[in-house]
Design a protein around this ligand. Sequence first.
Ligand SMILES: Cc1cc2nc3c(=O)[nH]c(=O)nc-3n(C[C@H](O)[C@H](O)[C@H](O)COP(=O)(O)OP(=O)(O)OC[C@H]3O[C@@H](n4cnc5c(N)ncnc54)[C@H](O)[C@@H]3O)c2cc1C
Length: 399
Amino acid sequence: MTQTYSTDIVIFGGGVAGMWMLNRLRQQGFDAILLESKALGSGQTIASQGIIHGGLKYALSGTLKGTATATAQMPQRWRDCLDGKGDVDLRNCEVLHDNYYMWSDSGLRSKLKTFLGSKSLVGRVEAVSSNDFPPVFRAATVAGTLYKLPDFVINTTSLLRTLSSQHSNSIFKVDSKRVRFKTDADGNINCIAIASDDQNLYINCQRTIFCAGEGNQRLIDKAQLTTPKTQVRPLKMVYVKKPGLPQLYVHCIGDSFSLTPQLTVTSHTDANGVPVWYLGGELAEAGTKRDDAAQLAAAQKQVKSTFPWVDLTDALWNCFTINRAEPDIANNFRPDDAYLLEEKHVIVAWPTKLTLSPSLADKLISHLQKTAVSPMTHNNSYKLSRSLDAPTIVKSHWD
Ligand SMILES: Cc1cc2nc3c(=O)[nH]c(=O)nc-3n(C[C@H](O)[C@H](O)[C@H](O)COP(=O)(O)OP(=O)(O)OC[C@H]3O[C@@H](n4cnc5c(N)ncnc54)[C@H](O)[C@@H]3O)c2cc1C
């Protein structure tokens, strides 16, 4: 049996970026659907630390140039959405902490002062007086300086739930192995074929978007696109669980040679209510060269030397490897903004950071306007829910 369905846009990939685009497209009057091959948020989104940042971390390491980047405007864009005044309604998304901090030991004070005094950062980063320290730093037994950044931290599970709930009737699970892309006489892809045991489903569309993170490369190969390629950067993330752990949201600038965050910590809660510290930064980048035991030992050593006053006796430590996926642009550079490119009516997209999802959606809407793609009327007599199930939301790594 053959069934045909038509829509304006089909998005592959239900991470933050695909779902953000789905929300924006539908709000702009496009008929759009999203196809996910596993659970929503699998891959980078659920592994992310959920920091909505203005780029300071990248300015510190010299990989981005501060306010010159799109990142600087993102915290306010997100705050508008969280307040219900932005282009995507995030009023139901939980903010884990309204501030993010940077902690450095006293040895780095003068170097940091010079750096933070640079024009682009004045007014964006404030030194916190010890009277205003958050509880975990009030108990500190080592001297250090604490700075408050304009960044904040969201609960990624809550984000996935909020983004998917508003258009749940347009989000479906597909088996990637059963998907084929059909090319028309001009070589463009305007039809997706999904085969099952008893039927062939054809989804006709004006544009297809690949927004599947690391999965983009397989889709690019299957659709026989020539550019761009995916580059992946592995990270070995660590988490530690212990009842009573205090909340901690901080970049730790720890050695005297570099301002790169040695340790980036966010706090979460597992399904049983136990507090979790999630550890990234240089620890996770360097950790890819270590086996699990060596990575856990390195994490324990680093945490103990940075927060000697926090008791981690009997804490449960674990780690896992996850790839960051980005477009492979010239000379191994890290892209400093969201990225998309169209070929054969397929738009390949990466936000490059969770923070930049609004920027990616802006680029998409402007690209569709420039290429004269506009909403059309579709009279479908067939409902996709008869052939395709709804995906679930992925669990956090610590659950
Ligand atoms: C450890 C870590 C920490 C991070 N921390 C931060 C942070 O604090 N702040 C920040 O701004 N950014 C952070 N990032 C980056 C951020 O997580 C990513 O840029 C962002 O989540 C990418 O979202 P995405 O939707 O493009 O991809 P993903 O989240 O990877 O989602 C891709 C989705 O596509 C699906 N998929 C794959 N193949 C197919 C297919 N063939 N068909 C259909 N679906 C498919 C996958 O199952 C998945 O659900 C972090 C990344 C990592 C790895």
